[in-house]
Design a protein around this ligand. Structure first.
Ligand SMILES: Cc1cc2nc3c(=O)[nH]c(=O)nc-3n(C[C@H](O)[C@H](O)[C@H](O)COP(=O)(O)O)c2cc1C
Length: 387
């Protein structure tokens, strides 16, 4: 599909559903258990209304910012996501180029399917690296020094994945861990793949073997409980301090949902935290991220005003970004929307998602009466539960 047919981010989801085998679509679209947290992320945005001020502001509001040494044309980063290469052969390099072309940053997942060197070379200066380390500190050290040498601008340490969440859509397709093929599911998945010839043709052309998707880093180990461990042992706060001593550039901790953990991250030397529940894919029944953002911002500002608080989960409109910034986020990340767009339209699709969010933000701020991001504070929003 042509990317310029997307009018909004939901259009990318609709397009991806038409293009992808069900198993790949559900890997992106699904979440843990009853998917309660994934819905809560969206619902948390409905709890806030914008409060416009008339006859002020600018018809060309400035939505640029700087973050961790990077100049951003808009305060939206592409979140780290696994297996992007299975969605489209453009994979990690295509995602990184899209972010750079639109003046922002992409965060490469350890398990994206492309090597960090290849992705950093595709978009110098605008790639961050997200770390999982199944092999413990040895593997972490190796990955971090590779990312540093390749030129990744910042390190994102994800702390919410000691084991993988219970993704029932994947299990129903017979793929555990995500997208691993076996004799048992081959027939069922074979029919799905044949029903999506365009995706299948380009995957074959790319030489993608989903079962052996090349990993940019560590190898998941299976625990006794049968869960997929993303670390030999989960990251501890001591591990975060240890990583801090090995990584010279900005370091952010991703996956905090309480002020307590945010303060621990800052104490461990993090330059920022990402308030995230992994898009609802890990522990179900955690709160929507926007609901906990204000208390985390307040706690972090008191401890270290220079530390950045970012948020992700359920951001689908420029107005969502404006609300998050008004509540104290320095920037946001989006996950699924760019994956849908990548699947349906490759790099151009990802660029279109960022361009839509940029234009929606500019329009929202012009109508709101805010001239720049630094104008925004909680007085521009009102909490009014929709239900
Ligand atoms: C298919 C998929 C794969 C993901 N893989 C990773 C990953 O490898 N590392 C990580 O830290 N987060 C991962 N995430 C979580 C995202 O970084 C992000 O927190 C989440 O997608 C934000 O919610 P949203 O999808 O509603 O925008 C993944 C999310 C999706 C949808």
């Amino acid at each position: 599909m042509r990317a310029n047919r997307f009018v909004n981010l939901d259009d990318a989801r609709t397009a991806a559903k038409r293009v992808l085998p069900h198993v790949v679509f559900d890997y992106i679209d699904g979440a843990a258990d009853d998917e309660h947290t994934m819905r809560a992320n969206r619902e948390a945005f409905s709890d806030y209304a914008l409060v416009p001020r008339m006859a002020r502001g600018s018809v060309h509001p400035d939505v640029s910012t700087d973050l961790a040494g990077c100049d951003l044309s808009l305060p939206v980063l592409l979140a780290p996501c696994g297996l992007v290469r299975a969605m489209h052969p453009a994979g990690g390099p295509g995602v990184a180029r899209a972010a750079k072309n639109q003046g922002t940053v992409s965060v490469l997942s350890t398990v994206a399917g492309n090597a960090v060197e290849e992705v950093c070379a595709a978009a110098p200066g605008s790639v961050w690296f997200q770390l999982y380390a199944a092999g413990g500190r040895d593997e972490a050290e190796n990955l971090v020094s590779r990312a540093q040498a390749a030129g990744a601008q910042a390190l994102v340490v994800t702390v919410d994945t000691p084991v993988l969440g219970n993704r029932e859509r994947d299990r129903r397709h017979g793929v555990t861990p995500p997208l691993r093929l076996s004799g048992r599911n081959a027939l069922h998945l074979g029919a799905q793949v044949l029903a999506r010839p365009a995706w299948t043709a380009r995957a074959i052309k790319d030489g993608v073997k989903i079962a052996r998707a090349r990993r940019s880093g560590g190898r998941p180990a299976t625990t006794r409980a049968g869960a997929v461990a993303m670390g030999a042992s989960p990251f501890s706060w001591e591990d975060v301090s240890w990583l801090r001593s090995r990584w010279q550039r900005p370091l952010l901790v991703k996956g905090v949902l309480s002020s307590d953990d945010a303060l621990r991250a800052v104490d461990a030397g993090a330059d920022g935290v990402i308030v995230s529940n992994h898009g609802g894919r890990q522990l179900d029944r955690t709160p929507g991220t926007l609901g906990v953002l204000p208390e985390i911002v307040a706690a972090v500002r008191q401890q270290d005003p220079s530390a950045a608080v970012l948020v992700d989960g359920g951001i689908r409109r420029g107005s969502d970004v404006v609300i998050a910034i008004a509540l104290g986020a320095r920037a946001v990340l989006v996950g699924r929307p760019f994956l849908y767009a990548l699947s349906a339209a490759g790099q151009a699709g990802v660029e279109q998602v960022l361009s839509i969010l940029h234009d929606e933000m500019v329009r929202t701020m012009a109508l709101l009466g805010a001239a720049s991001l630094s104008d925004l504070d909680p007085s521009w929003v009102r909490r009014q539960p929709a239900r």
